[in-house]
Design a protein around this ligand. Structure first.
Ligand SMILES: [Fe+2]
Length: 193
């Protein structure tokens, strides 16, 4: 069986700008014929790896809620949380593969994610539907915020495709936030002008 050629070794690239978000492993770059400027790709890779960490963290939080929710709304919330998990997994793939398209290395291991995520840690001792709805809506809101910031950052880098991916992700995240938050909203919580 013929051996495939070894992939080209990534070469060192200049350090990304000094923000924490872009310090994510953007120091190695594979050659690509993608015509986005190298400096833009380096910065985009760092920022996308940051969002990737947030997104994988969010996905595990959805599963944590799916597995552990209890109470009268069990079956509805159990199914909803898994539906969100499945779509968030697609967001994970979009982000990771965009990193690689730009010549970077997608950093999606549990250990890399744990050290980089900007989301709050999901409490392990939650039980009721209300508790999980509250915690997961927090996580979705935090992630939606970072995705929206990411859109602006990608626009600044003139990377329209990464901005488009983050726009798709933030639009979906807002939808899921609505689905989850609706469990907290009712006549008693409606604030009239
Ligand atoms: Fe399941």
């Amino acid at each position: 069986m013929a051996r495939t050629a070894a992939p080209p070794r990534p070469r060192s690239a200049p350090s990304p700008r000094s923000s924490n978000q872009s310090r994510a492993n953007a120091t190695q770059l594979y050659p690509t014929k993608n015509d986005l400027p190298e400096s833009s790709r380096i910065n985009a890779i760092g920022l996308l790896n940051q969002r990737l960490a947030d997104c994988i963290d969010l996905q595990t939080q959805c599963k944590q809620a799916h597995w552990n929710v209890k109470g009268a709304d069990f079956i509805a919330l159990h199914k909803l949380f898994d539906e969100i998990n499945e779509e968030v997994e697609e967001y994970v793939d979009l982000l990771a593969e965009r990193v690689v398209q730009l010549g970077g290395i997608a950093e999606g291991t549990a250990r890399a994610v744990a050290g980089r995520t900007s989301l709050q840690e999901y409490p392990l001792n939650l039980s009721s539907g209300a508790e999980h709805v509250d915690a997961l809506s927090d996580a979705l809101a935090q992630f939606g915020r970072t995705a929206r910031i990411g859109i602006e950052e990608m626009n600044e880098l003139e990377d329209a495709d990464s901005a488009d991916i983050l726009t798709e992700i933030s639009r979906g995240t807002d939808k899921w936030l609505w689905f989850v938050e609706a469990h907290l909203q009712g006549e008693s919580t409606f604030k009239a002008e």
